[in-house]
Design a protein around this ligand. Structure first.
Ligand code: GLU
Length: 428
């Protein structure tokens, strides 16, 4: 999304270049991995409810599939761009590799604002997206999933269109489906819970008792809500969270010093996690400007909204109390801000590790869908915890051993794995 700040794809390439140099990768491998393998950009004409036809722009980028079918979500956002989708597809490649699941990286998007679209119009966008790509995606090629402003319902419409075109049942085509319609137990919780599994492990390394820590969270969408829930179950206190206000086209922070109540806030939010300011005030929340989340004197910051949120112009607002940052969103920290965080010695759990729980559970969903045999919720969550914990340990141990920043250590593991798969296949 063209949010203020850095072009996310330039940022993804800069992160890659830094680690390619550490790894001394050969020129051809660098060239291959700096760019997506394939990109699709297309039109989706939709007959709107008022009878007019509107043409939406859709994208799918397959960054790399050397380790398995491309995997990654589809975002609906008014500021979506091809470069953002490229960046997110690239990060998906590293994300699947760091948790060592046999999938590559892809991402999709549509330039649209679901706030202003009826359910029927959204269904037509979903079906149109699949019609344009029906031959280029599928269980063995590229497997989409939900992301910003897309839900289980969108996934089911997409699956239905895909199955109509191909004439059969292909539940492994897409993940994040509703439970009971090919979805997996635990998928809704998975990304937020995964963030907290990594926080729990990091706190152990830092010698901190989770129950005595405080956190501030940016965003109040799916990732944020489930991260807050699990963190509170560990005994932690979330003093502040921010949320996008569609009416004012800006975000606000909601603060309660003794801890926010997720259920209470969900009850006064729209389906995108936009919290009603007046109702929040009545419930005793302080309503502050959006950036207040970053200034909270807490132990942990969890940016779980969008890319480009922790930047050169606000990174200095991070209080000296902050010991840990866990990136729930994709690409929330610009390279400039990242340098400051690194220099200040704040422990960083980078996005493609911290938020890998979603895609890991998507992988479990795909396995269940392909077998047509579904697991109990506890089984899914136990497997998720095991996968996230071992990925975190592998990265933190490498960071410790080679004295690397956590983001670089995670990249070293991922890029090595993907480069190896490309070499083994004889691509480079
Ligand atoms: N959209 C999520 C992500 O960025 C999940 C992707 C997936 O499940 O394939 O990781």
């Amino acid at each position: 999304m063209a949010t203020k700040g850095v072009n996310p794809f330039a940022m993804a390439q800069a992160q890659f270049d830094k680690v390619a140099a550490i790894l001394d990768l050969d020129e051809a491998t660098r060239e291959l991995l700096r760019w997506p393998l394939r990109e699709y950009s297309f039109a989706i004409p939709v007959r709107m409810d008022d009878g007019r036809t509107k043409v939406f722009r859709g994208f799918r980028v397959q960054h790399n599939d050397a380790r398995g079918p491309a995997k990654g979500g589809i975002r609906f956002h008014p500021q979506e761009t091809l470069d953002t989708v490229r960046a997110l597809a690239t990060w998906m490649t590293w994300k699947c590799a760091v948790v060592d699941i046999p999938l590559g990286g892809g991402k999709g998007g549509v330039i649209c604002d679901p706030h202003n679209l009826s359910q029927r119009e959204q269904e037509q966008i979903c079906r149109g997206w699949v019609r344009q790509l029906a031959r280029n995606v599928g269980p063995l090629q590229d497997v989409p999933a939900p992301d910003v402003m897309t839900s289980a319902q969108h996934m089911l419409w997409m699956l239905d269109e895909y199955e109509r075109i191909h004439g059969g049942h292909f539940p492994g085509f897409i993940t994040g489906k509703p439970v009971g319609a090919g979805g997996s137990q635990g998928r809704t919780e998975a990304t937020g819970y995964g963030v907290v599994y990594t926080i729990r492990e990091a706190l152990k390394l830092l010698g901190l008792d989770a129950a005595k820590t405080t956190a501030s969270v940016q965003g109040f969408g799916n990732v944020s809500q489930y991260a807050i829930r699990l963190y509170q179950q560990l005994g932690g206190t979330v003093t502040c969270c921010s949320s996008w206000d569609q009416g004012d086209q800006t975000s606000y922070a909601f603060r309660k010093k003794d801890g926010i109540d997720v259920d209470q806030l969900v009850a006064i939010s729209d389906r995108f996690g936009g919290i009603d300011k007046a109702k929040a005030k009545d419930l005793g929340y302080e309503v502050l400007p959006g950036d207040a989340w970053i200034e909270e004197p807490v132990d942990i910051l969890i940016p779980a909204a969008l890319e480009n949120q922790v930047r050169g112009d606000n990174v200095e607002k991070i209080q000296p109390t902050v010991k840990l940052i866990a990136e729930g969103a994709n690409g929330p920290t610009t390279p400039e801000a990242d340098q400051v965080i690194h220099r200040r010695g704040i422990y960083m759990i980078p996005d493609f590790l911290a938020n890998a729980g979603g895609v890991t559970c998507s992988y479990f969903e795909q396995v269940q869908s392909n077998l047509n045999f579904y697991w109990e919720k506890q089984e899914v969550l136990t497997k998720l915890d095991t996968a996230m914990t071992s990925a975190f340990k592998a990265v933190s141990e490498l960071a410790e051993k080679r004295k690397l920043y956590m983001r670089d250590a995670a990249y070293v593991i991922s890029i090595n794995r993907v480069a190896q798969a490309c070499h083994d296949r004889g691509w480079v």
